[in-house]
Design a protein around this ligand. Sequence first.
Ligand code: SF4
Length: 76
Amino acid sequence: MAKKYKVEHDRESCIGCGACCAVCPAFWEMAGDGKSKYKGKAEIEEGELKCNKEAADSCPVNVIHITDIEAKKKII
Ligand code: SF4
């Protein structure tokens, strides 16, 4: 079975820097309240991981988290 990953965004702590949207616009956009918004599904496939991992890596306040669902392992 294909691996699945859970994407979580702690919006409350987002400082609205826009980095995630710049590196991964397919999944992240800026919302009207000045914070970013995740527009993907709660669970993503392996092929969607790279973009979201780069978004998480780019976040200066580490509020984007990705978990390997099957392994129950937090990637970031
Ligand atoms: S990179 Fe982090 S702080 Fe910046 S907009 Fe995205 S989630 Fe918010």
